[in-house]
Design a protein around this ligand. Sequence first.
Ligand code: NDP
Length: 287
Amino acid sequence: DRPRLALLGLGAMGGALARAWLAAGRSLTVWNRTPGRAEPFAAAGARVAGTPAEAVAAGDLVVACLLDDASVGEALSGADLAGKDLVNLTTGTPAQARARAEWAVRRGARFLDGGIMAVPPMVGVPESGGYAFYSGSRALFDAHHDTLTVPFGAVYTGEDPGFAALHDVALLSAMTGMFAGVAHAFALIRKESLAPSGLAPLLVGWLTAMAPHAYQIAAHLESGDYTEGVASNLAMMVEGNATLRRTAEEQGVGAELLAPFMALMERRLADGHGDEGTTGVVDLLTR
Ligand code: NDP
């Protein structure tokens, strides 16, 4: 009772999905806008559809992994989705996922949105820890759990179809801040006789040690007491910011990646919250 799978999109991620399902012996029909990209998959046992509508007709479970939400709408515009299970693994915003869910349900499909927390080399490699967030139809998620967990793990976040994208983007946003900090750190040592390869393991160790700070912020947001368990208070940290800025200046490094976060810390301190940690910044950001 394995579903017939149809996959739209054979880019870096779609191609990795196709390889994982084929390696697991799944029946797979693929479609890609540029037909040449489908050839290696045909050789590996996939059926190749000439149009998205043809691919959809050949599948019970239809997975889209295209560039963006607009390409999903475009590709599926002529397809008959009645009675199909549609899983959208294309990255988008929560609002796009909610609109796409309504769109799919109007066409008679069950809909599940997904946000992939993996890069292509992690696909089909369970020990890599890759997974996808899913939201939308719980019935679809449960019915196809075995198939969905072939390429990577699956974490269901709720019936609201926007929740997978929201979790995906929350994690990617935090990663963006981390990458900014790492770029600044390497810039600081750039002109010195210090090897970047010496700093890298120190950065990894420190960031890993500091990451559980997220638990304290969560506890603060839930209790409303932003001072609970604070070991490094805002007043002290704002003093420290001056040292970070001066060191950047001494090293000839722009502090523009640090400046916006520091400005918010300073605003919160000026509002009289020197005994908190950094949780109050969340309040300042929430407009
Ligand atoms: P690629 O750029 O490698 O592939 C894009 C795919 O979308 C190709 O199959 C391309 O077809 C197709 N496409 C683009 N525009 C259209 C259109 N208008 N109509 C039909 N098909 C179209 O991207 P990825 O495979 O890497 O990414 C796919 C999705 O997966 C994205 O939403 C991405 O955010 C997400 N993702 C990717 C990750 C990664 O590390 N790669 C990680 C996590 C999520 P064609 O071959 O004809 O150009």
